[in-house]
Design a protein around this ligand. Structure first.
Ligand code: MG
Length: 337
């Protein structure tokens, strides 16, 4: 059994601007797990604000002894052991989890959506992110996004209303909003939610800083729009605390250590009556195709990561009629370019 990994820089087709930063590349670490003539592919995508780097992910993966896992189909047990090697490192752990799922699916000759018995017809349309920019560029980006059924807008600056107004000058497409913790005053946040509700917005992702739990719960009591946790919910253990504070959670493989835990988070969220959004980082089609295996279980899907880069390493899940549809090929359904 061989575990290989190498750094890879994802090049963005357009600079990506959040409430707190702007960038043109995203570092990643690609993983290959080879055993019995099959290769499982995995990926750790690490936007800098989350604290992991290709070096930290490589250091973590060096702790892993593949020979300690003679039966790769024991995904839950292997995942628990990998998780116990060191705290943190969710993207590095996810890279292994993805490679493991890809390998096992290939071994069993089945895709994961099929193994989980999911109906691809239930996959919601993906949102597509319109980055913060000048009004002229925002109008142009919005027009270019016509193939997508839902647009996602990054807010959390003092130009929030202008940005929405600019987009509404050129399209009636439904919008979702991600404030990325950018609103600090709950009264302001409520007024913004009330206004956004008149602008065809479906929900608000992470309106306030994750530390402002009471303010977020206050906002949720009054907000006409549902509130979805992103920065506030990383892993399975964070899900129960979202109840009463948020209406739903945004699950990302790179936050939660991969498909195994993401699947558990969806199950728990449903038990707690929380909505489920499936999100991503800037990623290749490797991680996007992994997330797409679960997307029939989601209320909302935000899997535009591979659409935003110009040097994808894989062919996998494809955009079809505004939806990211995984292939029927075994594992994660990937072929390397
Ligand atoms: Mg978000």
């Amino acid at each position: 059994m061989h575990l290989r990994f190498y750094p890879y820089t994802l090049e963005l087709a357009q600079p990506f601007t959040l409430a707190t930063s702007s960038r043109t590349t995203t570092p990643a670490l690609m993983v290959e797990l080879e055993h019995e003539g099959l290769i499982g592919y995995g990926e750790a995508a690490m936007p800098p604000y989350l604290g992991e780097t290709p070096a930290s992910a490589a250091a973590f993966l060096k702790l892993v002894d593949p020979a300690a896992f003679p039966d790769l189909q024991q995904i839950a047990a292997i995942g628990a052991q990998i998780d116990s090697l060191a705290p943190g490192n969710p993207a590095a752990k996810a890279a292994l989890d993805l490679a493991l799922h890809d390998w096992v699916g290939k071994k069993l000759n089945t895709s994961w959506h099929r193994r989980w018995g999911l109906d691809l017809a239930r996959i919601p349309a993906t949102s597509f992110t319109i980055g913060i920019d000048t009004p002229a560029v925002v109008r142009q980006k919005t027009l270019a996004a016509a193939p997508y059924k839902i647009l996602k807008v990054k807010l959390g600056r003092d130009t929030d209303r202008e940005l929405i107004t600019t987009i509404r000058q050129v399209t009636d497409q439904p919008l979702t909003v991600d404030a990325n913790q950018g609103w600090r005053d709950r009264e302001d946040a409520l007024r913004m939610s009330e206004w956004l509700a008149t602008q065809g917005v479906l929900f608000i992702e992470q309106p306030m800083p994750k530390e402002q739990i009471d303010d977020t719960a206050w906002l949720r009591e009054r907000s006409p729009l549902p509130l979805i946790a992103d920065e506030s919910v990383q892993r399975l253990r964070d899900v129960p605390a979202a109840r009463g504070v948020f209406d739903g959670i945004n699950i990302k493989l790179m936050k939660c250590t991969g498909l195994h835990e993401a699947h558990q988070m969806i199950t728990l969220a449903r038990q707690l009556n929380l909505k489920v959004m499936l999100g991503c980082m800037t990623e290749t089609s490797c991680a996007i195709s992994a997330a797409a295996q679960l997307s029939p279980l989601a209320d909302w899907v935000d899997l535009d990561g591979a659409l935003l880069i110009k040097n994808d390493l894989f062919n996998g899940a494809q955009l079809v009629d505004g939806k990211i549809i995984p292939t029927e090929a075994p594992g994660l359904g990937l072929t390397k370019r």
